[in-house]
Design a protein around this ligand. Structure first.
Ligand code: DON
Length: 565
């Protein structure tokens, strides 16, 4: 008999009803986000944020809440929340100790460098992005188990039960969710070996309740058996059978051998702030420290915004060229992290910066290192004691490989596309890669995910991160700069329009709706090509204000919601 720790059916549906009422009203534009006196959870889905808050109210710490939020997102946010994906978690304990957990997916044992090339050597992104061959060995469940073993205070079952309830009883869809599911379930039907009819049998409409019975059963096995509930037994059998039917590679040995890893977080300083972020296999943290390192040698102001955007773009061109050359899984390739973030290197790298004129990307190559040799989700949590978790997790694309594991009810990632499938060939986010990030068995693919925590004068200051593929580190950078340099609060900083460049393509992307034509004209006059695009990132962040209260920044680009007290 399952015990539901805090919702009963009436409460749950009452809460869903309340949410549909909230979403049918026009949200009020305010410049300040939700403020909590004690604790805060900000995530991509209101039900997941509420689950996190309830865990904190029951005395769980930020890591307990993070595990429960991760599991809840796997149910209510199927485009990115996951059991079949992976991610990174950066933790800062109340005493200042910092940790990072790498539960990124790994290439299966059967993977090989040219597995996405046809006989003529042409790259086949269709198979690195969709279907069974696109999946790396999932890391999320092992990651959550490891996080719980080291930091959990509440029983594991208490953290999984809310997700089970949401899967078993279902949750009410908003209009946006219903449309999204109707559109993408066609792809689930196309790529899964057995039609997952609970997703595909009908067009969803607002108010429909999405029930996921198989997923609930998988979650129960994870609740009752921990890691073994996923990487062996029934669920592993379902996953391997799915792979066999669809021509994928993941086998029992891959699953048994998968291990998430505690790694030293990457840390650096910007002015009075200490930045704690994710190192390899993410390149995101390196990029963030490189950008902040260059910024420290320049002064910027909101009055000269186009100068700031020009400076930022010129950094991005050079740094993304470095990414293509030097960044990868450091267990397989000697990533020169310290050299890339060193002040001296950054000064040299930026020597040819012209404040008046854009440098064409074709004139930029990766720097000379003195060698010794569109879906993810982020959530931020601070608990009453001041422990903080910054966690980004992903299936890579929307609904990953679009393969739902029949019998087990979860969707698999398409993370293999984050490898360089052929040197110089762009991945789905348009970023290039080379030898360093080639496919190799058991290797982790290079990521841009950058869950980050900032300290100011030794105390917790900000928790921040976002989805957005290659735009992740530059979005995190802009949110930090908005607060520190442009005096914005957390909510305003997160909801400002964003810009992004990445070396190639040679342009500045800016978000639809950005209205300051004069700024765009000034950038054009410096020689930048401009490219309007949809939303850049979906940042969920928390700022500890001077009076000790916590201001949430929940991104209005999505349904992102803060829950605090
Ligand atoms: O690890 C990475 O960098 C990508 N797999 C992240 C994908 C992502 O953010 C998609 N979201 N919009």
């Amino acid at each position: 008999m399952i015990k539901f720790p805090f919702y009963n059916r009436t409460q749950f549906f009452g809460f869903s009803l309340l949410l549909s009422l909230v979403f049918s009203c026009t949200p009020q534009k305010t410049q300040t986000g939700l403020v909590g006196e004690k604790a805060m959870v900000v995530s991509a889905h209101p039900l997941a944020s509420e689950v996190g808050k309830e865990i904190l109210l029951q005395g769980g710490n930020a890591v307990d809440a993070a595990i429960a939020v991760h599991m809840a997102l796997a149910v209510v946010y199927p485009q990115a929340g996951n059991l079949g994906g992976g991610g990174f978690m950066v933790i800062r304990e109340k005493n200042g100790a910092v940790h990072s957990l790498d539960y990124r997916e790994k290439a299966p044992l059967g993977a090989s460098r040219d597995m996405y090339l046809d006989e003529e050597g042409n790259p086949q992104p269709e198979i690195s992005q969709n279907g069974h061959l696109a999946s790396g060995v999932p890391g999320s469940v092992d990651g959550m188990v490891k996080a719980h073993e080291k930091f959990g205070t509440l029983p594991w079952s208490k953290l999984i039960n809310p997700a089970i309830l949401l899967a078993e009883e279902g949750y009410k869809l908003t209009n946006v969710e219903a449309n999204f599911l109707s559109e993408t379930s066609i792809k689930l039907k196309k790529y899964s070996s057995i039609d997952p009819i609970h997703f595909t049998a009908k067009e969803f409409k607002k108010g429909d309740v999405l029930v996921q019975k198989e997923l609930a059963q998988t979650l129960k096995l994870i609740r009752d058996n921990g890691r073994e509930g996923f990487y062996s037994g029934e669920v592993a059998d379902y996953l391997v059978a799915e792979m066999k039917r669809g021509g994928g590679l993941i086998n029992h040995e891959d699953l048994e051998n998968y291990e998430s890893k505690w790694r030293e977080p990457l840390t650096g300083n910007y002015k009075d702030y200490k930045v704690i972020t994710m190192g390899p296999p993410s390149g995101g943290g390196i990029i963030l420290l490189q950008m902040l390192g260059i910024l420290e040698n320049h002064s910027i102001s909101k009055d000269k915004y186009s100068n700031y955007l020009h400076l930022k773009t010129e950094m991005e061109r050079r740094i993304y060229a470095d990414r293509a050359e030097y960044m990868a899984d450091a267990d397989f390739y000697p990533v020169p992290v310290e050299q890339l973030v060193a002040d001296k290197y950054l000064k040299e790298r930026f020597q040819n910066f012209n404040p008046e004129k854009a440098t064409p990307s074709n004139e930029i190559k990766a720097g000379d290192i003195p060698l010794e040799s569109e879906e993810t989700t982020h959530f931020s949590i601070v608990d009453e004691e001041g422990n903080a978790v910054s966690s980004t997790t992903t299936l890579n694309g929307n609904m990953g490989s679009k393969v739902l594991v029949a019998g087990a009810g979860f969707i698999l990632n398409n993370e293999m596309d984050d490898f360089s499938i052929k040197p110089g060939f762009p991945n789905m986010f348009g970023v290039l890669g080379g030898e360093a990030n080639k496919v190799e068995p058991k290797k982790r693919m290079l990521s841009s995910m950058s869950p980050t925590i900032l300290e100011k004068n030794g105390s917790l200051y900000m928790v921040v991160g976002t989805p957005g593929g290659s735009t992740i580190p530059t979005s995190v950078f802009q949110v930090i700069v908005n607060v520190i340099e442009f005096d914005m609060g957390m909510h305003q900083s997160v909801n400002e329009k964003r810009f992004h460049s990445q070396w190639k393509p040679d342009w500045i992307s800016y978000e639809k709706g950005y209205s300051d034509k004069a700024i765009l004209k000034e950038l054009g006059a410096k020689g930048h090509e401009l490219n309007e695009r949809n939303a850049i990132g979906k940042v969920d962040a928390i700022l500890k204000r001077e009076d000790g209260t916590l201001e949430a920044g929940a991104d209005s680009r999505g349904m992102d919601t803060a829950a605090g007290y």
